[in-house]
Ligand binder design. Structure first.
Ligand SMILES: [Zn+2]
Length: 373
């Protein structure tokens, strides 16, 4: 599979439903991989019918459609361990406390480690306390949230042609324009990294030639995007970057044995234990092949719902490990073997429904080392 960058530039309001039951359903601030995959596959079916190509595209595990997050290529959900200034959140930058937290809580930690963690909880620019950051970031910078617009509608009684009593409904949408740092308004952009088979890349590139409509109310012109798919250069594989991370983490933690690594969950991760119950415990969802023990874990939780394209039915709701969950672990594997194993897992993801972009991870995210103070 080839690594590809998806970029969607929004041209009309976008409605991606989070909850079905509410009177004004909340709109997600991102495009789930299932929505992207569903739209491209149904466009293919509409144009060419259920031919051999369509059957091939439907194969589970074939191609990985990413979650598209609001920002330029490289935008990621802010990790659970990231903090920002309470007073000047965006301006004073993000820091990461995962390693400080581990050092202060592991057995044998003393005052030095505890003071280091305390220091990390205070802004180094203005001295104000820091709070947990959320949303999305590009490199070290937290991005502004997409602009949401709310509309209310009145139901019309067909017999009288006037407003029907008690029928009031609304929708929330994302605006195609959002304010930039320069004070100008820019077209909202969503992006994500996926993996496509070479044969299928051609098919999807053709589908991108026309306008693509994402989300709800597509027949009314909502969710019109200019979608592009660009093959991404992975610069000789991920292993060198991951190995560099081992060295940095070894320095920072001073762990004498094994290799230490971090995993950031960048899209909801659906995992089940041996009794087929949803699990959020990393000792159950971390692949056994890593021979790893978790040193510290900062999880978030979410609920995953979905739509079954083949059955035309909603899928069951499942609790899942949320995007932004992060952990530090140690493995007994040799450095090169572990780097190869982790790079492979980054490529295929962890857990169920990988083709819909669930279970995307980032190993040894350099953000963590760049924000050490
Ligand atoms: Zn500050």
């Amino acid at each position: 599979m080839r690594r590809v960058e998806f970029v969607a530039v929004l041209e009309s309001p976008l409605v991606i439903g989070a909850r079905r039951q509410a009177r004004v359903p909340a709109c997600l601030d991102h495009v789930p991989g299932s929505a992207l995959r569903g739209v491209l596959l149904s466009s293919q079916r509409r144009l060419h019918g259920e031919d051999a190509t369509f059957q091939r595209l439907l194969e589970p595990g074939r191609n990985r459609f990413p979650f598209l997050y609001p920002g330029p290529a490289g935008t990621a959900p802010v990790a659970r361990s990231a903090m920002e200034c309470k007073r000047a959140s965006v301006e004073h930058g993000l820091v990461d406390v995962l390693i400080d937290r581990y050092l202060a809580t592991r057995p044998g930690a003393g005052n030095t480690e505890f003071e280091r963690l305390e220091k990390a909880h205070r802004c180094q620019t203005c001295g104000q306390p820091r709070k947990r950051a959320s949303g999305y970031r590009f490199v070290r910078e937290r991005l502004p949230a997409p602009v949401r617009v709310q509309r209310m509608n009145v139901g019309i009684d067909r017999r009288t042609g006037s407003a029907a009593p008690h029928v009031l409904f609304g929708s929330q949408s994302l605006d195609p324009w959002s304010p930039g740092k320069d004070g100008d308004w820019h077209q909202a952009t969503f992006s994500g990294m996926g993996y496509l088979e070479d044969d299928d890349l051609e098919v999807f590139l053709q589908l991108c030639e026309g306008p693509v409509f994402l989300g709800k109310y597509r027949s009314r012109g909502f969710g019109r995007v200019n979608l592009s798919i660009e093959p991404a250069d992975d610069g000789g594989g991920r292993e060198p970057g991951i190995e560099e991370g081992f060295a940095r983490l070894k320095d920072l933690t001073g762990e004498p044995e094994g290799e230490v690594f971090t995993i950031d969950v960048t899209s909801p991760l659906l995992a089940f234990d041996r009794f087929l119950r949803p699990t959020s415990r990393p000792d159950e969802w971390l692949p056994r092949s890593l021979q790893a023990e978790v040193l510290t874990n900062m999880p978030t939780r979410t609920t995953v719902s979905g739509w079954d394209l083949a059955c035309g039915m909603p899928k069951d709701d499942h609790p899942a490990v949320g995007a932004g969950s992060t952990l530090l672990a140690r493995s007994r594997l040799a450095r090169t073997d572990l780097a190869r194993e982790l790079a492979g897992i980054e490529r295929v993801g962890i857990g169920e429904r990988p083709e819909e972009g669930f279970g995307q991870i980032m190993v040894n995210d350099p953000f963590r080392f760049e924000t050490q103070e």
